[in-house]
Design a protein around this ligand. Structure first.
Ligand code: HEC
Ligand code: HEC
Length: 288
């Protein structure tokens, strides 16, 4: 069994190198992300201590790894294609829904005030001891406070709302708690991050830690940060949630993926978010 494991590890690294070919390119670290001409974003930050140097000195936003045209779209809200989704969510924010006759605004006030800083600390552990993402809080409000139907984790109304909420933290440093009640979830997420999945036997770390900066097919591998989520993917012409991106990456290892909104991806979300503690919240960002 040992030999087999070693063999598949060697196979996996051979695969990555083969896919990467000779192409390695440094991300453009001199580029500066300034949004709407005045909001300067922290896209490079000192690596959190818990990484113990695994990503070198700095953590880097995925923005730096994208081509100039894609990066440009994020510098101006008129060019950022995610903003029409945000507009839809702003309309939903003020709309009464459900048996209690309430809108989000009825309880939370203006989204700019009520949701300020919320995304920067998500996911977090609730008083009841569950690890919740933005989607869980939103559906809790919808079902238990508004008497409305839950939104599907991965459909537009939910993605639009998480984008609009993320926007209210834009520029603030990601700062998720990893100690206390969060610690066991964080440990679970970390364990997953270093577990090799699928036929290809690749872990998140194999690609995003050991090979960031390398090309895999046409993609410039980033550190796999989630400070820019939800992201607008040009390829999909729509928003992509954190758990959807995780599912895509797990599937790329040719493994059965975990469910969106399930306990595994919650734990992984916390761990991955913590790897970006200190980067600015950048959602909704733009990706190819
Ligand atoms: C009847 C009042 C009420 C309505 C309506 C309501 N919420 Fe809430 N919401 C709350 C309360 C109270 C909390 C705090 C719950 C907690 O901290 O456990 C909360 C928490 C949240 C949070 C987490 C905030 C944080 O600081 O972590 C989000 C996100 C949220 N609501 C979004 C929404 C959205 C989006 C809507 C509309 C679809 C909505 N809420 C409708 C009362 C409401
Ligand atoms: C086979 C290599 C590979 C593996 C393994 C892999 N990913 Fe990815 N991932 C990619 C590629 C390619 C992209 C798109 C380019 C980029 O942003 O790095 C990507 C993108 C991402 C992004 C989006 C980053 C951004 O800024 O938009 C996140 C988040 C992510 N991966 C997380 C993970 C997690 C968590 C795991 C482990 C469950 C994982 N990935 C495993 C190849 C991989």
């Amino acid at each position: 069994m040992r030999i087999r494991a070693k063999h598949s590890a060697a196979l996996a690294s051979a695969l990555v190198i083969a896919l990467a070919g000779a192409a390695r390119a440094e991300p453009d670290l001199d580029a500066k992300l300034v949004i709407n001409g005045d909001l300067e974003m922290t896209t490079i930050a000192p690596a959190p201590a818990h990484l113990e140097g695994a990503l070198g000195d700095n953590v880097i936003s995925g923005w730096h790894y994208r081509d100039a045209a894609t990066r440009q779209m994020e510098t101006d809200d008129f060019e950022n294609p995610a903003m029409s989704a945000v507009d839809e969510a702003l309309a939903a924010w003020d709309t009464v829904d459900g048996s209690e006759g309430k809108s989000c605004a009825d309880c939370h006030g203006a989204i700019e005030e009520g949701m300020k800083g919320v995304t920067a600390v998500l996911p977090k552990v609730t008083e009841a001891g569950a690890l919740w993402s933005a989607e869980d809080f939103i559906n809790d409000c919808r079902t238990n406070r508004m008497g409305a139907e839950a939104w599907d984790w991965d459909k537009d109304p939910m993605k639009n709302m998480t984008a609009a909420i993320a926007l209210q933290s834009r520029g603030m440093p990601v700062n998720v708690a990893i100690d206390g009640a969060a610690a066991p979830f964080w440990e679970q997420g970390k364990e997953m991050y270093y577990t090799r999945y699928g036929l290809l036997q690749l872990s998140c770390a194999n690609c995003h830690e050991q090979n960031n900066g390398n090309y895999i097919r046409a993609d410039h591998l980033s550190q796999g940060q989630i400070n820019g989520f939800p992201v607008f993917r040009l390829k999909n012409d729509g928003l992509v949630s954190i758990h959807n991106r995780f599912a895509g990456c797990v599937r790329d290892t040719r493994a059965e993926t975990f469910s969106k909104g399930g306990p595994e991806f919650h734990a992984l979300e916390l761990y991955v978010a913590s790897r970006g503690n200190g980067l600015a919240v950048e959602g909704p960002s733009v990706r190819p």
